[in-house]
Design a protein around this ligand. Structure first.
Ligand SMILES: *Cc1c(COP(=O)(O)O)cnc(C)c1O
Length: 388
């Protein structure tokens, strides 16, 4: 995307300021319903809610400013915004799949996406095969006669395996399959899957788009045809829409998206380089580090990387992992990411202490998120915690 386009999208696109006293910040249209001038207009609105101001479960003026910006950022035709990232994944899948359909999904997507494939979709007779997505042959081999969709997440947010997006899109076109990706890690600024031939691009807007750890939201973008199909049925029927106030906060988040991401990426590189050279770190896992197995693909398909990375500690016990994390003063022990604050999650938090196996490097893995703090402030904190 050209920088001029980005400036236009973040500052002007979708904002009809002449309709609201030329206010720079858009109003929060805190309304559930909209009045019609005549029965004929009312009838037309009911017949095609996609193009009508009828009810805020469907269209809302504040939300629609956000939709226009998010669609344009992906180079797509339209967007739907949801009350969470997982709704932006679940609702399109429920809309596009039917009983008897099969999905080929990359292994290890986001935790609630796994539950969607393993627990919720099987209730409707939809099955999923998980494949190691680092090799395109694995997708090809898993496609069955009833396969309808290939699901991707590149990179994931724990160990960062990538899929070759152009190759998967080409395979899907050859076999007439739909493709969908969770693009949360890169955001539209650093990876544009729709332009690479992926049909639907979902993102947790809770992360980089919101950027201030104060909103839970999600977005999916695609062609007008597919987005309208989702809007007309499952979007309205499941009702996972975002509140106008939260949409407004996301519009505000977008104003500084490029600046925040640049800062986060620059700081992440410094923190990763520091840890990669530290004697108590076995290895770092970060797509833009030369030691990353898919470094070449990452450089080819992503414009930049940052925020999330992981490190494997050289330790023998779970107590040492815990002591390191508990000693950090400026990294909060918390889920989520993409905000102003740096965070840490040891993978040992999801196992019982007695099950810790030092030979399993995943048990010694710690996931970091680097926020907007001064990188030297964060590095000094890591240094004192590693000493302990
Ligand atoms: C957080 C996250 C989600 C889910 O988004 P919510 O906004 O929490 O519902 C999905 N995918 C990835 C990669 C995430 O990090």
């Amino acid at each position: 995307m050209h920088d001029l386009d980005l400036s236009f999208i973040l500052n002007e696109l979708g904002e009809e300021r002449e309709h609201y006293y030329n206010a720079i910040a858009p109003p929060i249209s805190q309304t559930s319903n909209f009045a019609f001038k005549s029965v004929a207009d009312f009838r037309a609105g009911l017949a095609n809610e996609y193009d009508a101001w009828l009810y805020s479960r469907g269209n809302n003026p504040t939300v629609n400013i956000l939709r226009k910006k998010l669609a344009a950022l992906d180079g797509a035709e339209d967007a739907l915004v949801f009350g969470s990232g997982i709704a932006a994944i679940a609702v399109p899948l429920l809309a596009l799949l039917k009983q008897g359909d099969h999905v080929v999904s990359v292994a290890k997507p986001y935790s609630w996406t796994i539950k969607l494939f393993e627990k919720l979709l099987p209730k409707f007779g939809i099955t999923t095969t998980f494949v190691d997505g680092t090799k395109i042959e694995n997708f090809e081999a898993a496609v069955q006669s009833n396969t309808r969709l290939i699901y991707l997440e590149s990179p994931n947010t724990f160990t960062y395996e990538l899929q070759d997006l152009a190759a998967v899109a080409a395979l899907a076109k050859r076999r007439s399959l739909l493709t969908m990706i969770d693009n949360s890690y890169c955001s539209p600024l650093y990876q544009q899957p729709y332009k690479m031939g992926i049909d639907l691009v979902a993102q947790s807007a809770t992360k980089f788009i919101g950027g201030h750890s104060d909103v839970v939201a999600g977005v999916v973008t695609g062609s007008k045809e597919v987005i309208k199909k989702i809007f007309d049925a499952e979007f309205l029927n499941i009702g996972g829409n975002i509140a106008p106030m939260n949409a407004w906060l996301l519009i505000r988040g977008l104003r500084t998206l490029h600046l925040r991401m640049e800062r986060v990426c620059d700081s992440t590189k410094k923190v990763v380089d520091y840890l990669a050279a530290h004697p108590k770190i076995e290895k770092v896992i970060f797509p833009f580090h030369p030691s990353f197995p898919q470094y070449e693909l990452a450089k080819r398909q992503m414009k930049n990387a940052g925020g999330l990375f992981s490190a494997v500690l050289k330790v023998d016990t779970v107590e040492e992992v815990e002591r390191f994390c508990n000693s950090l003063k400026h990294f909060f022990l918390a889920v989520s990411w993409g905000g102003h604050e740096s965070l840490v999650i040891p993978s040992a938090v999801s196992i019982q202490a007695k099950d810790f196996d030092r030979l399993n490097s995943i048990h010694r893995l710690v996931r970091f998120y680097v926020g907007l703090e001064d990188p030297d402030y964060l590095i000094a904190d890591l240094a004192q915690a590693l000493e302990k």
